[in-house]
Design a protein around this ligand. Sequence first.
Ligand code: BT5
Length: 253
Amino acid sequence: QNGLNTRKIGNHITHLEQCASTQIVAHKLAQEGAADGTVVIAELQTEGRGRLMRKWDSAHGKGIWMSVILRPDVPPHQAPQFTLVAAVAVVRAIQQVTGLEPMIKWPNDILFGAKKATGILTELQSDADGIQALIIGIGVNVNQQLDDFDASVQDIATSLSLESGTIVNRRELAQEILRCLERYTDMYIEHGFSPLKQLWEAHSATIGKAVRARMSKETLEGIAEGITEDGVLQLRTADGKLHGIYSADIELK
Ligand code: BT5
């Protein structure tokens, strides 16, 4: 028993006052053989990162900046789905602890209206034998007020405190996120995405909407019709064609 009532996630927690990025620390621990479910959490990240090496603004003591090492027995092509599963876990935890109702923007943003409160970053360590480790990075803006944010994100970011008008207990929320993450990743590993699809769609800010999907080589506009059992976004363009989107930045139109 680890106090969280989880089986593995959070059995080992490294709590740092400061680091460059909890992703970097977690990658290193994973390479050194850290157990499935190991968690790294920091009060301050000096080089918090998003996808494609974008910056993640990580104010001191105001958010939950953490990375979770998982060692699931699934093929590497399933790694991106863990982002969707983690998003469901974080939304459920936020609902549970604060009563707020955030929405998920495919694949990795948790929003209130158009503003982002959480980002998720799933990274992979793999070799010829398959996945060695997944490093799931979760950044939740919890108690920032507007001027705690970097000027570059003040127009696009929000925090749970700004949304609720109260101070939110970060420890309680982090614990609930870890419990939900274990519940939903277990479900995914055992049964695949189908039992989670409905839950995901119920919290989706994307499905049924007109969106612009920016990918590395092209941009497509159309209606986001749904996601497949594999978590692939189905986008229907004006010419009636259905496109499977594996990775993109989505703009709601
Ligand atoms: C993400 O990337 O949203 C993934 C963020 C993951 C952060 C966690 S914190 C713990 C762990 N350790 C790390 O170093 N990272 C993970 P992406 O979809 O690429 O979004 C990045 C964009 O979000 C930036 O380019 C900004 O526009 C915006 N942004 C940066 N910081 C933000 C913040 N605190 N709140 C809201 N938006 C932010």
